[in-house]
Write a protein that binds this ligand. Structure first.
Ligand code: AMP
Length: 614
């Protein structure tokens, strides 16, 4: 058997990309610290907005955002809310959006702009392309590979759709990384120490809280909670209402439906809010020309009183997440802040009071996710060889071999991505297909491990047992997806299967399977030994019979060998115990070894060697 080492790490430049609902950005780590990549104006954030202009241009980022009011039905924002979901799933979401979302082929949502139909992935690809272009300009070199972040609660379809968007944008997505994990990394929580982290992410329009458990360098999301429609925009709206009310004259309803007044008022409200993060009082004089001037002063205390119920809603989510994780608040070791709205002092204060711990504040909360993605990207690029074990295989992976034993190809705690190839063969003469069963677990017998999948390799030309050379490759990619392929050397026939090994396994189950393997180590060893011995005995019987047919032995010797073979066969048929089988094997070895002409013993040795290679 041969085991190939994992492929060497790529020396390519890999960036981290935060593909956000509102803004996106890229970061890279060159040296120890990661840094964000800025455009020519020094801006790191690309608004996640794409405008399909009637003149045929496709504008992305700030230029597109500026057209939101002018071309509301052609300017796509918040597309992350649609990615990887069905048209039915996004129905309610779509009613909030000013552009049209229709059901396309296979029930997938399509964004209808005039006669054109765009998939959410294609829109995301436009954003990614812009981020990539900014990164390439900032780095003065091509960027082909990236780590892209997604919310921890994104399902497989949403993760796959994000990868598809990357591929459309010409980016090789090496890893989809959970946003809270990225944020924790950015704050220096790099897995070298075990602990529990609460990641509080309050952006412009969404709120997410995640509880991460770090154990042996592995980041695991224990629970998530949140509100997909709660964020800084809601704080702005409360202030916008006050500004509108402060406008002189009546008929506020007409003003509220005037998009330009609304835009100006919203922008002024956001400005007020931001000033109130560092001042106790902020003044505003908003001149709307013929529509009047709004003058008002807002104190921080007034603002805080207005937003307090919204902040409380986020805290309720925090408590729910902690409870869902099976924990209590004192178990939280670190609190990490993400999202621009965590700059609001009331948010920090209430969170600190609830958890009883000051949140980390030393990383810009708008940049944390991208910075963390850059750290992970650097590790995947092979540049960081420190102890950062972001993802490891929780349980060994292997295939079932003759007699129900498991041959492990990838051992537990191997870091991913990883790939191992071993060679196997057939057990019966003329065998033209091989069944492969993939198992996960630490136990010796397939029956005690978890069956992940089966497939068959067909089309093997009939050959004596042991002659076909079948290379079985286990490849676990950076996202934890296992691909198993089997290839027969001579003919090149190939078959394969793809599985997600960790699917459905909780930390507790992994632990239980581990403990089981320790508890049953002795009995497993005995059972494994019995299987190996049985395989050996069967191979001896087959090998000796073949050799007998070839060798021209004197009748008495032929008879002696026949007798020993028959005896061993009888033991095999009669469920003999290990000791009896061993004695049978020894007896057969003895008669073949005593034959002067060692035709038989060499044939047996050869047959055994082939058998061992299987
Ligand atoms: P994000 O979605 O993470 O980019 O967060 C954007 C939100 O953060 C917007 O609602 C901003 O108004 C808000 N934000 C940014 N800076 C501040 C600040 N200094 N104080 C309060 N909110 C802020």
């Amino acid at each position: 058997m041969t085991a190939a080492p994992p492929p060497p790490p790529s020396p390519r430049l890999v960036v981290g990309i935060d593909l956000g609902t509102t803004n996106s950005l890229a970061a890279v780590r060159a040296g120890k610290l990661p840094h964000v990549l800025r455009d020519r104006d020094g801006q790191p954030l690309v608004p996640s907005v794409v405008c399909y202009h009637p003149d045929g241009r496709v504008l992305v980022g700030r230029e597109a955002k500026a057209l939101r009011l002018e071309l509301p039905d052609r300017t796509v924002f918040s597309v992350k809310r649609l990615v990887g979901r069905s048209a039915r799933e996004v129905e309610a979401e779509a009613t909030r959006l000013p552009y049209r979302v229709v059901a396309g082929e296979r029930g997938l949502p399509r964004i209808a702009i005039g006669d054109a139909r765009h998939s959410p992935e294609a829109v995301s690809a436009r954003i990614l392309q812009r981020v990539k272009a900014i990164a390439e300009e900032a780095l003065a070199q091509p960027v082909q590979a990236a780590v892209i972040t997604v919310p921890a609660w994104f399902d497989d379809a949403q993760r796959q759709a994000t990868k598809d968007a990357a591929a459309l944008a010409g980016i090789d997505c090496l890893r989809i990384l959970n946003e809270p994990t990225a944020a924790a990394l950015a704050y220096g929580i790099d897995g070298k120490k075990d602990g529990t982290v609460l990641v509080y992410d309050l952006g412009g329009g969404t709120f997410d809280v995640s509880i991460l458990r770090i154990e042996d360098g592995v980041f695991r999301v224990l629970a998530t909670a949140g509100d997909t429609h709660l964020g800084g925009d809601d704080f702005d709206q409360l202030l916008a209402d006050r500004i509108l009310a402060a406008l002189p004259g009546a008929v506020p309803a007409t003003r509220q439906s005037d998009p330009f007044v609304l835009q100006a008022v919203r922008a002024a409200a956001e400005g007020l809010k931001i000033r109130l993060s560092s001042a106790n009082e902020a003044e505003l004089a908003l001149d709307l020309g013929p529509r009047g001037t709004a003058r008002l002063t807002v104190t921080r205390a007034e603002f805080e009183a207005a937003i307090a119920p919204l902040v409380q809603r986020t805290l309720d989510c925090v408590q729910r997440a902690v409870k869902d994780a099976g924990l209590r608040l004192p178990a939280i070791d670190d609190v990490v802040l993400v999202g621009g709205s965590t700059r609001v002092p009331l948010v920090r204060e209430r969170l600190r009071n609830l958890v009883g711990k000051a949140p980390h504040t030393d990383v810009d909360p708008d940049l944390a996710v991208a910075l963390g993605a850059a750290i992970q990207a650097d590790v995947l690029a092979g540049n960081d060889r420190s102890l950062l074990l972001l993802d490891v295989i929780p349980l060994s992976l292997g295939i079932e071999t003759l007699g129900g034993a498991v041959q492990k190809l990838i051992l537990r705690n191997s870091t991913i991505p990883t790939s191992v190839t071993e060679e196997f063969s057939t057990g019966v003469d003329g065998q033209t297909s091989v069944d492969l069963s993939i198992h996960q677990g630490e136990r010796e017998l397939a029956a005690d491990c978890r069956l992940l999948g089966r497939f068959q390799l067909r089309g093997i030309p009939p050959m004596p047992a042991g002659l076909p050379r079948i290379a079985v490759t286990f490849l676990v990619d950076a996202d934890g997806v296992l691909r198993v392929t089997a290839r027969e050397h001579r003919t090149g026939v190939e078959a394969g299967i793809q599985v997600v090994p960790t699917f459905g396994l909780s930390r507790d189950e992994v632990r239980r399977m581990m403990l089981d393997s320790i508890e049953h180590a002795q009995t497993d060893y005995v059972a494994r030994e019995a299987i190996d011995l049985r395989n050996k005995a069967e191979a001896m019987v087959r090998g000796t019979r073949k050799a007998l047919a070839l060798a021209e032995l004197p009748p008495d010797q032929t008879w002696a060998v026949h007798k020993a073979v028959k005896a061993l066969e009888a033991l095999l048929a009669g469920a003999a115990d290990t000791a009896a089988l061993k004695a049978g094997c020894d007896a057969l070895t003895e008669v073949t070894a005593t034959i002067a002409d060692d035709v038989i013993s060499s044939a047996v040795t050869k047959a055994l060697r082939e058998e061992e290679r299987r």
